[in-house]
Design a protein around this ligand. Structure first.
Ligand code: RRO
Length: 337
């Protein structure tokens, strides 16, 4: 077995954690989730950003944007609502300041992009392809905090496909394009299929769920933007369900799983459902070194189960599910206790 690198604290890994982000190999599957660590700089004082699989940036738009009015965060039971509204410096500042910083630190940069039109997404993909060093593009077609639901491209298979086709055709051939999907749809498999048919190299799921909190003291909505995206442990079962359904329908399509991952065991759950990479989001707000910890915990969870290669457990729960009709994966060396 080939050891696949070192953990953020410097210890060599004992499990082969390598995974594939489309055509790109990563040393391990743990990434930040878009929107939860800016462009990575905030985390540098807590961990070595080059030691996790990748930094996924806050969604970048063509121009700078102030976002929605405050308050735009609210705590909920086992979760959090955000109503940020795509705040960011825009692509010029990102390319001048943030991308060079990530590359100078040896981090792999997965750049999340968002636009109001298909053309804006395509222009962003073109700008990123002209710059050196972008590991992958995550096309965020599912931000819930937009003016109206018609702007959530991931709620309609034709709109989703139009964005992904445009991004894929403008992105450099060696940059994988992932489509970030919303769980707030009747059938996520239909959207996933539309994105893959349009050229997506993989899928990211899930974005936040649209929610709302009313303050019973002020008798008014807590968020200035009224609604917001729900994240945190409360949504993990939704993420597991979405990843499971899409893996059943599209086996082999790479999936970056995210939604309420706070421990290595949580990450393993998404991997068993079919994710080959896992993004860590809301947990970072109270534990900024969470990605390194979760990577270490994931490795320990695999060792405890006698698993030598991460690749052997990606989607493994599907084998168990179908055990009556199908033998377990021959590669899986799982001690079922
Ligand atoms: O910026 C946001 O308000 C935001 C985005 Br782009 C997203 O994709 N998901 C989310 O919960 N918030």
């Amino acid at each position: 077995m080939v050891p696949a690198g070192v953990l953020p604290e410097g210890r060599a890994v004992a499990v082969d954690l390598r995974t594939r982000l489309g055509q790109v190999e990563l040393p391990n599957p743990i990434m930040t989730a878009s929107g939860c660590a800016g462009a990575g700089r905030e985390l540098a004082q807590f961990m070595d950003v080059s030691k996790i699989g990748a930094i996924v940036t806050k969604s970048v738009m063509l121009g700078p944007r102030a976002g929605r009015p405050t308050p735009r965060m609210a705590e909920t039971p086992s979760g959090m609502l955000n109503s940020i509204g795509l705040q960011g410096p825009g692509i010029d500042a990102f390319l001048q300041r943030d991308l060079p910083w990530l590359l100078s630190r040896g981090a792999r940069a997965v750049v999340s992009i968002a636009g109001g039109t298909v053309g804006e997404y395509a222009d962003l993909a073109g700008r990123l392809s002209d710059a050196a060093g972008v590991t992958a593009i995550e096309a965020n077609i599912s931000c819930p905090n937009v003016e109206h639901r018609g702007q959530v491209f991931a709620c309609n298979p034709d709109s989703a496909a139009a964005v992904i086709e445009a991004v894929r055709s403008r992105a450099r051939f060696d940059i994988p394009v992932f489509a970030k999907l919303s769980p707030d749809v009747t059938d996520i498999v239909t959207i996933a299929k539309a994105c893959v048919s349009a050229g997506a190299d993989g899928l990211s799921m899930i974005n936040t769920l649209l929610g709302m909190v009313i303050d019973t003291d002020t008798l008014r909505p807590r968020l200035a933007g009224l609604t917001g995206g729900l994240s945190g442990p409360a949504i993990r079962p939704v993420a597991v369900r979405c990843i499971w359904q899409v893996t059943e329908a599209l086996p082999g399509v790479p999936i970056i799983g995210m939604g309420g991952v706070a421990t290595g065991r949580d990450a393993l759950e998404l991997i068993l459902a079919g994710a080959s990479m896992v993004s860590v989001g809301t947990t970072i707000f109270h534990d900024p070194s969470a990605c390194g910890r979760i990577l270490r915990e994931l490795e320990e969870e695999l060792i405890a189960r006698g698993i030598e290669r991460l690749a052997d457990v990606v989607g493994l729960a599907h084998d168990a599910h179908a055990m009556t009709g199908r033998a377990p994966s021959p590669n899986a060396r799982v001690r079922r206790t």
